[in-house]
Ligand binder design. Structure first.
Ligand SMILES: [Zn+2]
Length: 311
């Protein structure tokens, strides 16, 4: 009995510590490590051997298991100790700890959004005459087969070469009661050397997007922000799986207020599967074996995410 009581006390104390971390404005990394029962590895990294969080002074970019992701605010160093903002702990760090429970029902209905369509070709390449709208549909079709084989129900936001507006894509997923939304795209950049894979989640509530300057004056939030912490976990699961399976350059998880993600009533993500403006990457994408690997990687990431859900 005494043992049970002390266990209850220890567990309550632990949650009080975690609760107080979420309220503090800035938290020393050392406290984050202690509250989550992991060791400091250096002044700016902590975790277990196979799950290390590493931070950089005055930077918003941190890595978790070598995948780079942005915080809302830069890490600061004061009196020799590194600190993170409490909202960054809540949105970005705590959800990724392997011990964190995610209260969200197991996935049943998955919405696949093949980017572009109809008159909107998306980006095109200049060597093989590939059109983004066809490639996104191709990858979504391969992915759907894998998901259906596993027992998920798949719905498409477009089933043929047609133009569907961005808000309508979101509404199709919401009306179908989707538990997860995956938007598939291919990338393009003015610089021919840009290559690699990146995934975008909706920017967490009141935080700056990846390409914005961080600010405490940002107050916006959308329906999709209900799933801020799950979006971050989903982003990590997909990006790590894609980088591992394709050996493409890891451009990291990024955050943006893309229209198609704003009003989702479920966790969602936009995947940029590679650059059609880069000759080597574009040539890889012409191969159906490579597009199979892309679909398989997204599938593995979804299953990894589903495994973390509790209900
Ligand atoms: Zn696109």
């Amino acid at each position: 009995m005494r043992k049970t009581r002390s266990l209850i006390f220890a567990s309550a104390l632990w949650w009080v510590i975690i609760g107080s971390l979420c309220q503090a404005a800035e938290i020393p990394l050392i406290k984050v490590a202690k509250a989550n029962r992991v060791q400091m590895i250096s002044a700016n990294s902590f975790g277990a051997k196979d799950a290390v969080f590493a931070f950089k002074d005055n930077s918003r970019i941190f890595t978790f298991k070598n995948i780079s992701m942005p915080l809302g605010f830069p890490v600061t160093k004061r009196y020799g100790k590194y600190h993170i903002d409490s909202s960054d702990y809540k949105y970005h760090i705590q959800p990724l700890f392997p011990t964190t429970k995610h209260n969200y029902k197991k996935l049943k209905v998955i919405a696949l959004d093949a980017g572009h369509g109809g008159k909107d070709n998306g980006t095109t390449d200049k060597w093989h005459n590939l059109q983004e709208k066809n490639l996104t549909m191709d990858v979504c079709s391969r992915l759907a087969k894998l998901l259906e084989k596993k027992g998920y129900r798949v719905i498409f936001t477009r089933s043929r070469d047609q133009k569907v507006s961005l808000p309508e894509r979101t509404q199709i997923a919401n009306r179908a009661g989707a538990n997860l939304f995956i938007s598939v795209h291919f990338n393009s950049a003015p610089s021919a050397s840009a290559s690699g894979i990146e995934v975008f989640t909706l920017t967490p509530s009141a935080q700056a997007s990846s390409y914005q300057v961080s600010s405490r004056n940002i107050q916006r939030s959308f329906v999709g922000n209900t799933f801020d912490t799950l979006n971050i976990v989903l982003g990590y699961c997909l990006q790590s799986s894609l980088v591992e399976k394709t050996s493409a350059i890891d451009r990291g998880v990024k955050h943006s207020t893309f229209v198609v993600l704003r009003d989702l009533k479920c966790p969602g993500i936009l995947v940029e599967c590679g650059f059609l403006s880069n000759y080597e990457e574009c040539t890889k994408i012409t191969s159906s074996t490579y597009r199979d690997a892309l679909a398989q990687a997204i599938f593995d990431g979804i299953v990894k995410f589903d495994d973390l859900l509790s209900e």
